[in-house]
Write a protein that binds this ligand. Structure first.
Ligand SMILES: Cc1cc2nc3c(=O)[nH]c(=O)nc-3n(C[C@H](O)[C@H](O)[C@H](O)COP(=O)(O)O)c2cc1C
Length: 404
């Protein structure tokens, strides 16, 4: 995911420095070239050898160390970097960065960086809330630094409040958002639906399906990583919410319909990966339905057909992609749905195929448009999402250039 990318991690003298070992390891596993620069004081909290072992690169501390690979290491590294993340950032280093001080290897290198710069402050709540620190952070933002808000919780000094360094997973998300993918969807508004709907029978029970939302969430995340502004309308799932995405939580098909209807007009791309119930109980009992007799008959009525609505109300330049899950005649049924609902693309998957369907981490899909039919082999849902988006972008560019 980060092959060919170079990240500088700046580690400063905070108790939270240990968390960066985990982050460095995660980045290396994604094939990123990671260079750690520590302040002298950071070495009181974690040893450079930890980072050197994890990253396979020399951990830099001293600007005047003459055993460098390059003559002017801080400049060479600054030129090479795709992103620099100072985490944890002490109040001291934040102040130095604010005023352009360059009295150690870290601050000198950051000053020479023209790439994306992020700082993640970590300190005691009283220090963090100090007006001087807050002013400095604002000034950094004005000078194109992104500041990651610290988490709230119990701090190392046992105080409870804001100032905690967010977990390595959260820091990783910030890095991925910037450099994990080419930003070919920059500025696009994208609406994704995902997960199952729940149709109430009574206050205790509902009718649903086996959708876990994994495919839709993978699509939403991939759109975000490609630079799109993403709204995710989702049914109940246990999948972690994708970061930097607006998440609208719904329960029923009716709620999903309303959430989509109130947002679809502003979208350039709509991808409907949700498994929406086709029918719901006609009457929802206000009280729990009690056991009586051998049989219980539920009268069902049709829900709103969201995809059909979107196809009928498609805006100029809007691209509409649906998903179809079939157990028989997959291609034929999916093509029928493409035409009937005025879609630009449909992603067909066969529930009975190994590695496809609900709950799995993989999928086997066929991308269908008016003119194309592209069967993809088994792959992770993340990779499938990106293949689908690649094809969507080809189609959108083609329509914009008028040759599709
Ligand atoms: C145990 C301990 C924990 C510390 N944790 C923090 C911290 O989380 N944030 C902070 O700004 N300073 C913290 N400090 C104070 C910094 O280490 C001190 O300001 C130091 O000068 C920072 O140096 P540096 O910014 O060059 O790394 C801590 C100090 C000690 C002794």
């Amino acid at each position: 995911m980060l092959k060919g990318k170079t990240v500088i991690l700046g580690v400063t003298g905070s108790i939270a420095a240990y968390k960066i070992a985990n982050l460095a390891s995660m980045l290396v596993k994604l094939h990123c070239d990671v260079h750690v620069i520590m302040t002298r004081n950071a070495m009181n909290f974690i040893h450079p050898i930890t980072f050197e072992t994890l990253t396979n690169n020399r951990c830099l501390v001293d600007t005047f160390d003459r055993n460098f690979q390059y003559n002017v290491e801080h400049v060479a590294l600054a030129k090479k970097a795709d992103l620099v993340l100072v985490a944890p950032a002490t109040a001291n280093v934040i102040a130095k960065l604010t005023y352009g001080l360059a009295d150690d290897m870290l601050t000198t290198t950051v000053l020479a960086c023209t790439c994306k710069k992020i700082v993640a402050p970590a300190m005691n709540t009283r220090m963090y809330q100090n007006k001087i620190v807050q002013d400095n952070l604002r000034k950094l933002e004005m000078n194109d630094f992104e500041v990651i808000a610290p988490a709230t919780g119990m701090l190392a000094c046992q105080d409870v409040g804001e100032g905690k360094l967010p977990d390595a997973e959260v820091l990783l998300d910030y890095v991925l958002k910037e450099i994990a993918h080419e930003k070919d969807m920059e500025g696009m508004n994208v609406l994704v639906t995902a997960g199952p709907t729940q149709e109430a029978v009574d206050p205790v029970r509902y009718i649903t399906n086996h959708s876990t939302g994994k495919m839709g969430y993978a699509v939403a995340r991939a759109c975000m990583l490609r630079g799109a502004k993403v709204t995710l309308v989702t049914g109940q799932t246990s999948v972690g919410k994708p970061p930097f995405v607006e998440v609208i939580q719904i329960e029923s098909a009716r709620e999903m319909f309303e959430a989509v209807c109130s947002r679809y007009e502003q979208q350039q791309l709509i991808i409907k990966a949700a498994a929406v119930a086709d029918y719901r109980p006609q009457f929802v009992s206000e009280e729990k339905v009690k056991k009586s007799g051998e049989k219980l008959v539920l009268e069902l009525e049709r829900t709103d057909d969201i995809l059909k609505f979107l196809g009928e109300h498609k805006k100029r330049g809007q691209f509409l992609c649906g998903f179809s899950m079939e157990t028989e005649n997959m291609l034929e049924n999916s093509r029928g749905k493409l035409h009937k609902k005025n879609l630009d693309m449909i992603i067909a998957n066969n529930l009975k195929e190994d590695g496809a369907g609900f709950g799995t981490d993989t999928n086997v899909v066929t991308i269908i448009t008016e003119k194309k039919e592209i069967p993809l082999s088994i792959m992770s849902k993340e990779d499938a999402a990106n293949c689908i988006l690649d094809e969507i972008m080809v189609e959108i560019r083609g329509k914009q250039n008028g040759y599709c």
